[in-house]
Design a protein around this ligand. Structure first.
Ligand SMILES: Cc1cc2nc3c(=O)[nH]c(=O)nc-3n(C[C@H](O)[C@H](O)[C@H](O)COP(=O)(O)OP(=O)(O)OC[C@H]3O[C@@H](n4cnc5c(N)ncnc54)[C@H](O)[C@@H]3O)c2cc1C
Length: 429
């Protein structure tokens, strides 16, 4: 545990008269305080408020806010339905996504994996979303169900009584000096890559096999497929599997295009700008050059790096981690938002019963996490295979055609079925 966390621990417990809360709607004590209003936090808050618990969400940014991660996968359907959002998504301008397609390092284009070929259900179609709008929809769902949401409020310290979390200290972002305290029975950390609690408690474990970086931007007028392929995600690898690009069609003729590769490879040449790195990799990917011919870039290049990690412990007395605050693997299979929604949903169900029984222990709040971790691990092993220069999915499927359906299952997000292990036995032998 870091010094600051200890400081905010017992001393705060003893003193804090509950302070100037930031508005008349505020209580000083909640059943649940959720830190972060992204997909994981909004889902947890919505489902708990719906069951009558007193829930507050503290979100650092002004909403709507920009976020990378536009491609959904079909298994988001269940949680989105529970949140009442399927009809809104159907009526949105978000492109419908029916498939994902891979282009190999030699430029060979795979047949698209159409999700409805294996599961012919309406849930097999998903969407490519602007995260500003999608995340706002989720947060609105939390507000509609009774959660109190305060944006531009940043959590600065967790309050401990011994090893039990009993609240949080926060500040308004436009007022750096004044802090206030909220007490709660359960603190949910949904702060994404900021990993508020895991960083303070020393629980963050970077994944040494996935020290990656991404550089990306948004292009207008790039190639778009037709019919069912118009909203397809395309993953294009470069020679030697040194990097790969995502290609995600968005509304208004925009495509999100990003390059991911090992940090030391992508940014190893000191002095290269993000634009130069992107251009260098684009030059190694003729299948992408063709798709971008004639397109114009709509904004500056963005960069993020070193984003893959897990946490040694996902829950403790009075606290639980969800979404990226619990861990993040890699963007290649677009699993992040699905895992954020799913963990938010599983956590909400666990917290609901924990609040009713009074068992606010690590087990009471995080009993869902071992099963969740198994699913995450299946994505992770498929990510390792993707980056392995010796491994080829084409070759694997030619050798083991019976695993095609299982691979498609993972690509749509069905990672919690133990059946899938059979595929890994052949893949990893
Ligand atoms: C390069 C890249 C590409 C990606 N592409 C995809 C994709 O195509 N599809 C996909 O599904 N996923 C993708 N992801 C992952 C996806 O974006 C995340 O997994 C997802 O946003 C996680 O949701 P979350 O709610 O856990 O966190 P976030 O969406 O990050 O939300 C966390 C929120 O917490 C707030 N916050 C942080 N600190 C504090 C604090 N101290 N106090 C209060 N609030 C705080 C932040 O402002 C933020 O709004 C990608 C990730 C990367 C790095």
């Amino acid at each position: 545990m870091t010094t600051s966390a200890r400081e905010t621990g017992s001393r705060d417990n003893a003193m804090s008269p509950v302070p100037a809360a930031p508005g008349p709607a505020w209580l000083d004590r909640y059943d649940v305080v959720v830190l972060g209003g992204g997909p994981a936090g909004a889902t947890t808050a919505a489902l708990l408020a719906e069951r009558g618990h007193r829930v507050a969400v503290l979100e650092r940014s002004a909403f709507p806010r920009f976020h990378v991660g536009e491609s959904l996968i079909p298994e988001t359907y269940g949680t989105l339905k529970r949140l009442g959002l399927i009809e809104k998504l159907r009526q949105s301008a978000f492109p419908k996504k029916y498939s994902v397609q891979f282009v190999s390092e030699s430029g060979k284009e795979s047949r698209p994996f159409y999700f409805d070929e294996h599961v012919p259900a309406e849930s097999s179609q998903t969407w490519q979303v602007w995260r500003e709008q999608f995340d706002q929809m989720l947060l609105d769902a939390a507000i509609e169900r009774g959660a109190i949401v305060q944006t531009q409020v940043q959590a600065v310290a967790a309050l401990f009584d011994g090893d039990r979390v009993i609240g949080v200290r926060a500040r308004r972002r436009n007022d750096s000096s004044e802090t206030f305290t909220l007490r709660c029975r359960v603190l949910v950390d949904a702060t994404g890559q900021s990993t508020f609690l895991a960083s303070r408690l020393g629980l963050k474990q970077p994944d040494a096999r996935l020290r990656m970086a991404s550089v990306w931007s948004y292009f207008r007028g790039a190639h778009r497929g037709s019919g069912k392929d118009e909203g397809a995600t395309i993953i294009l690898q470069t020679p030697g599997k040194k990097s790969w690009f995502w290609y995600i069609p968005l509304p208004d003729d925009i495509v999100s295009v990003g390059c991911t590769g090992r940090l030391d490879y992508l940014f190893g040449d000191e002095g290269l700008s993000a634009a130069q790195v992107f251009e260098r990799e684009l030059g190694r990917c003729p299948a992408l050059e063709r798709r971008l011919a004639g397109a114009t870039r709509e904004r500056d290049y963005l960069v993020t790096r070193d984003f893959s990690y897990r946490t040694g412990q996902g829950a403790g007395p009075g606290w639980v981690l969800v979404g990226d605050a619990l861990g993040f693997i890699d963007p290649v299979y677009s699993s992040g938002v699905f895992l954020a929604l799913k963990s938010g949903e599983m956590a909400a169900d666990a917290i609901d019963s924990a609040l009713r029984t009074g068992d606010l222990s690590a087990k009471g709040l995080g009993g869902w996490q071992p099963r969740f971790a198994e699913g995450v691990d299946r994505f992770r092993r498929l990510v390792y295979a993707f980056y392995d220069p010796q491994f080829s999915f084409g070759r694997f499927l030619r050798q083991f055609p019976q695993h095609g359906a299982r691979l498609a299952d993972i690509l749509r997000g069905r990672v919690f079925e133990p059946e899938i292990e059979k595929m890994f036995r052949d893949m990893e032998s």
